[in-house]
Structure formats: structure tokens, C-alpha cells
Design a protein around this ligand. Sequence first.
Ligand SMILES: NC(=O)c1ccc[n+]([C@@H]2O[C@H](COP(=O)([O-])OP(=O)(O)OC[C@H]3O[C@@H](n4cnc5c(N)ncnc54)[C@H](OP(=O)(O)O)[C@@H]3O)[C@@H](O)[C@H]2O)c1
Length: 235
Amino acid sequence: MGFLDGRVAVVTGGNRGIGRGIVEALAAEGARVALTARERRDAERAAREVGGKSMGFACDVRHHEQVVWLFEQVARAAGGTDILVNNAGVGIFGPVAETSPEDWRTVIETNLNGVFYCCHEAIPQMKSRGGGYILNISSLAGKNAFPNGAAYNASKFGLNGFSEALMQEVRYDGIRVSYLMPGSVATEFGRGASTKGAWALTPPDVAEVVIDLLRSPARALFSRVEMRPSKPPRK
Ligand SMILES: NC(=O)c1ccc[n+]([C@@H]2O[C@H](COP(=O)([O-])OP(=O)(O)OC[C@H]3O[C@@H](n4cnc5c(N)ncnc54)[C@H](OP(=O)(O)O)[C@@H]3O)[C@@H](O)[C@H]2O)c1
């Protein structure tokens, strides 16, 4: 059916937005996809909508024990993980002095701790299967800081550093690590509905890059990918 036939992929936050686009692209290439949302009903509904062999699991990536449970379920149902897409993420924006410690924790625990927890559980499964691919969805906010972005910038700058260290650590185990840094993508990201226009990137645009990376020769490692809308509104 596709070049990912027989492969097992885990996509965090795969029920909607960019993650959903990635889930659909992976499934179209034949992968068996385990997608997550925070609520079981959202995850299961999305898996039903995607169809095929996809599975939906509830997992809040801020909680290590829920991530452990997720990877146990994937191992039980599908034998283990070949591809991990760390996509789940949140953006809460505002001045540092007005950011509550709870909001700070939400951003860092989701965008950074959650990625660590998922890699911690996935890497042993990948090693036992002879290799794998980890794709971390970062952001251009991981290199371009902006006012009111301190929590989000810190989480994505941190994610980039984490990804680069991990890439060097697991490359000889046959595990490739890439991080993607999209600019504006039309989703419900942030608080409130998206007001982005037709100029913005779309989830399928990001998914296409994920597929291209997975298709690339095992000898090659595209470690960091920046992508941006080609024609954003002029400033
Ligand atoms: N949209 C953009 O312009 C843009 C640009 C660059 C990078 N990104 C990055 O792309 C990723 C996806 O963003 P998006 O635009 O698709 O956002 P979105 O439409 O708001 O979707 C966010 C996804 O993350 C999940 N999620 C949030 N908190 C979670 C948690 N604690 N545990 C597990 N899952 C959680 C959500 O699940 P629920 O449905 O359960 O809430 C949802 O599936 C994020 O990492 C974001 O930083 C977005």
C-alpha cells in the first residue's frame, strides 16, 4: 500500500491540527498509527475518522505514567514503535510578569517534558526493532524570540537543544532524529480560533515534510528543517 507498510508510528496530539495532518499522511503510506489526545473520546473519534489500522489513546504527555502506559499499549497492540512524532504542544503568550506559574508549567511540561518522556519510552522499543525515526515538531519560535513569547520560546529553544543532543546520541543505534521548525500554520493553536489567512502553511504542508524525511535514504540525516509561508502579509 505504501512505503510505511508494517511500520508503527506514534503521533502525540494527533487528533487535530498539524498532528492530524501527519497522522493522515502516515496512514496513507501504510503505517499503523497510534494517535493521542488528552481525552479518550477525542483520540478514539479521530482514529475512527482516519480509519484503517489507526488506534486512539488518551495521554496527557505532561504525566510520565500516562506516557509509560501509552507505549505499553502500543507494544501490546502493534509490537513496538518505529516512528515517533512529538507534536503535542501548547502556546500561552503574555508578559513574564503576568504569566502565572501554572501557565509556565503547562507550556514547559507539555512542549519539553512531554517530549523527553515519549523519547524515554520509545527509544528502547526502537532499539529492539533495529532503529527508528523521531520527529520533533518545534517552531521558528525555537530560534526567533519575541515579546510575550518567553514561555513558548523557552520551550522550543529547549526542544531544539534536546533534539540535537539526542540526534548525536542515538544515530549509531539506527535512530534518526529531526526537528521541524514551521512558521505560521492554520490551526486552532494558541488561545482562540485561528485567524490566519490562506497565506499560512497548512497541516498537510507540514505532513509532506515529515513524509519526505521518512523517505530520505537511511544514510542521510536532515536534522533541522525550517519552513515558513512563502507569502505572509507584508509588514
Ligand atoms: N500552528 C502554528 O502556527 C504552529 C507553528 C509552529 C509550530 N507549531 C507546533 O505544532 C504543534 C501542533 O500545534 P497545532 O498548531 O496543531 O496546535 P493545535 O491545533 O492546538 O493542536 C494541539 C495538539 O496538541 C495536543 N495537546 C496539547 N496539550 C497536550 C498535552 N498536555 N498532552 C497531550 N496532548 C496535548 C492537543 O490535544 P487535545 O485535543 O487533547 O487538546 C492537540 O492534539 C505544537 O507543538 C506547536 O507548538 C504550531
